[in-house]
Design a protein around this ligand. Sequence first.
Ligand code: MLT
Length: 404
Amino acid sequence: MYKINENYLKLPGSYLFSTIGKKVRAFEAANPDKKIIRLGIGDVTQPLAPAIIEALHSAVDEMSQAETFRGYAPDLGYEFLRNVIAQKDYKDRGCAIEADEIFVSDGAKCDSGNIQEIFSVDNKIAVCDPVYPVYVDTNVMAGRTGEYDELTQNFKDVIYMPCLAENGFAPELPTETPDLIYLCFPNNPTGATITKAQLQEWVDYANRVGAVIIYDAAYEAYIVEPEVPHSIYECEGARTCAIELHSFSKNAGFTGVRLGYTVVPKDLKCGDVTLHSLWARRHGTKYNGAPYIIQRAGEAVYSEKGQAQLKEQIAYYQKNASTILQGLKEAGYTVSGGVNAPYIWLKAPNGMTSWEFFDYLLEKANVVGTPGSGFGANGETYFRLTAFGSYENTVEAIDRIKAL
Ligand code: MLT
């Protein structure tokens, strides 16, 4: 008789955004006349930029001719895309990352879930609390976290690093030494950032204790303040301790198109073994590469036209972020984030729990957000709104919240 992976049974409830989706669909079915505004999942709403659409069309045309048709993509990504990423995202920022250290994929969510596979199950992970649930859930599935404790809402063998108002939602170095440290800045869900000097402390710490930092830079395009680093490789010594994850979802609107990349520097070694060789082996075995047409679209993100158009698109979402931030402040809410990030983190009013506030907002204002407790125990009583809606809907949502 076969056996299942019982680690899955340790996962409490369903995936956060599936639970929210279900609740919203039920509300919609019961209230078909209500206009719901969705500021929950961080899904973009603006169409792909014209330069990207042009690249997609032309790549599709190439696929129609025998001479230019492409089959399987190279498993680590096409050279044309890896080269432009290495130049524009790294070398131009003074980071020593080579094209062959970049692994193109179909998105950062998959990579952030899969990367743990190249590490032993004996490793201890440290995560921020609150945290993007994928980091924890995938380690639970792998059997790295121990049992779930209903009372603390924590897994027994995970090091949780509280991110609270008191520490500016930035984690402190843990007292217990981890092997793998997940960091995400600008942060999902709090929208908090850390300075380059603060990130350097993490890099120094990881090198000192022999840990690897898995650095999720999915929201770097939203950074406006000069002291906030765009990449962990801006820090000295990061090549020997850090893996970086990137997404095209939030900087270029690829949530439905799917493209991302992961950087594994060749200096990152466990004894004589490079993590690069393990990730390359995994990629080659389990993955057939992001589609050619999508990688051409990714290349267009870095073109002069693409960059100019995306600057405008990001400015559009940044305007939404400040609309939410200012509007909620005026309405008397305690709010943070939303400056270098598309997420606004607010305290639920009147002692409500995160889910109570979710229901209240859905019923009374027909606005969907994300309950902070879905990101971890320290997210309880907090709530996340995203800036990825349309401007008109964002303004209307804030007006409705103000009117409550
Ligand atoms: C979020 O809402 O946290 C993100 O959009 C989820 C994701 O990127 O997978």
